[in-house]
Design a protein around this ligand. Structure first.
Ligand code: FAD
Length: 450
């Protein structure tokens, strides 16, 4: 095999006349398509800023994906798949250069089963378009990231975890969301396979390291016209209690986000009336509005009715939650970064202990989620960046109070998750990417397999 540059030249030549495959080499494109939203982490920013693809390729159909996969295998060139590039951990940054494959032209909704609501869709379909399609048929996506207007469905399954809807539907890797995948392997003669749910699970949240997803089969939910409420509480402990009460009540809830007052100061004007209280943001079914008023009255909270969601506008409650909260705070003050964790139960003693130790270097943002069927609180606190040693000390403190950390300052699937190697993910890589060309450096279990 030749030098990396010779290999890219040979690859380019092989691919120059593949029908439906656009190649890009403009330096601006190489830079643009080698980045994602990793700059939220100063640690990742330092590590990833210089990484560049050698070539960008955009296939228009699955046959062109197969030709690209074959050429990469023949010439031993790394291949990194990219949806919309909104991931936060450098998931689609090509650590070893090579080809970045854009999925944006693979966007067809292939089928929507009218009886079950199960949808089959190509990976580059923007989640906004997919949700609109579903809504025309009385369905909606169960889980969405707050980037749902720009993110691709393939990128969400391969790189995301949960978000809007997690209070009801848990997380993407919970059984029942991903029902099947069409996958192309990276081999000299690529295979196109249909994987049932049990086999598809190994590619769910694997950062595109163990197969190229060319179609996804997903369950959906009945559509609801969600109503937006902003509930303001004077005391933090009351706000946490109210959030839990809403999550446990017999109300249909799509989102419950709690922001402490100092976070609110950095949010855009459309986030509701100015207040000096903490704010609970809710998306509830229309028939639940009165029940929330009732629950709020028990802690003398004030309910601001922000009206029905307007999904055509980019300024809805959704765009204030999950990592959009981090986005808004960083837009006002770039010196903040963040953490992600599942809080222990009861939550308040852990929150009190961390507040006592870290004061206003840590601003609280909580999200209600369902974890293995039970209501839990996740936290995405804003963290004042004062260096890696302090960040490590903070993470240790969080673990010490019983939180489960999902570190957003690391590169591998495992280190950003529970820290353990998933043998099924590694086995799928052996099966669909035996030469280890897909998104190299992101699956620790593969790097450590010998
Ligand atoms: P990309 O970033 O392009 O890709 C993500 C990963 O998927 C990469 O490893 C890529 O290689 C892989 N991939 C993409 N397509 C394929 C394919 N066809 N086959 C195999 N692998 C593939 N995430 C959440 O989970 N919940 C949130 O609420 C959330 N909020 C966010 C808010 C902000 C402001 C930002 C910046 C990010 C947020 N994210 C969130 C992270 C990210 O936006 C989502 O995970 C999003 O769904 C990623 O989609 P994407 O199309 O941008 O994927």
């Amino acid at each position: 095999m030749g030098s990396p540059l010779n290999r890219i030249d040979a690859l380019r030549q092989d691919l120059s006349d593949v029908p439906g495959l656009v190649l890009m080499e403009d330096p601006g494109d190489l830079i643009r398509f080698s980045k994602d939203a990793f700059e939220y982490s100063p640690v990742l920013k330092e590590r990833l800023d210089g990484c560049r693809a050698d070539l960008v390729a955009r296939p228009a159909h699955v046959e062109a994906v197969e030709r690209l996969a074959a050429a990469c295998a023949v010439h031993g060139v790394p291949l990194t798949v990219r949806g919309s590039g909104t991931g936060n951990y450098g998931q689609c940054v090509p650590l070893e250069g090579g080809v970045v494959m854009l999925t944006g032209s693979l966007r067809t909704v292939r089928n929507l089963d009218p009886r079950t609501g199960v949808v089959t869709v190509e990976p580059g379909c923007p989640m906004r378009d997919l949700d609109q399609h579903l809504r025309r048929h009385g369905r909606q996506l169960r889980l969405l990231p707050s980037t749902w207007r720009s993110a691709s469905i393939g990128g969400f399954i391969a790189g995301g975890s949960g978000g809007i809807g997690s209070v009801r539907w848990g997380f993407l890797r919970d059984p029942g969301h991903l029902l099947g995948l069409e996958v192309v392997s990276v081999e000299e003669s690529p295979e196109r396979l249909l994987l049932p749910a049990t086999e598809a699970e190994a590619l769910n949240h694997a950062y595109g390291t163990n197969g190229i997803i060319t179609a996804l089969q997903l369950s959906t939910a009945a559509a609801v016209d969600w109503h937006q409420l902003a509930v303001d509480c004077g005391h933090w402990s009351d706000a946490v209690a109210l959030m839990l009460a809403c999550g446990r009540a017999a109300v249909d809830l799509h989102l419950a986000t709690l922001l402490e007052r100092s976070v609110l100061e950095h949010l855009p004007a459309w986030s509701g009336p100015t207040t000096d209280r903490h704010r609970l943001l809710l998306l509830v079914a229309p028939d639940a509005v009165e029940s929330v008023h009732r629950l709020a009255a028990t802690v003398a909270a004030q309910v601001n009715d922000l009206g029905p969601e307007d999904l055509g506008s980019g300024n809805s409650v959704r765009e204030l939650t999950w990592n959009h909260t981090t986005l808004h705070v960083r837009a006002a003050q770039p010196g903040w970064t963040y953490l992600q964790m599942l809080l222990p139960q009861p939550e308040q003693p852990a929150l009190d202990a961390l507040r006592a130790r870290w004061g206003d270097d840590l601003l609280w943002h909580l999200e209600a989620v369902r974890q293995q069927g039970a209501l839990r609180l996740a936290a995405l606190p804003l963290v004042r960046w004062t260096g890696l040693d302090r960040l490590n000390a903070l993470m240790q403190d969080c673990r010490d109070v019983g939180a489960v950390l999902f570190n957003p300052h690391v590169l591998t699937v495992e280190d950003g998750g529970l820290g353990v190697v998933d043998g099924d993910q590694v086995a799928a890589k052996q099966r669909f990417d035996p030469a280890g060309l897909l998104n190299p450096g992101k699956l620790r279990g593969w790097l450590e397999r010998h």
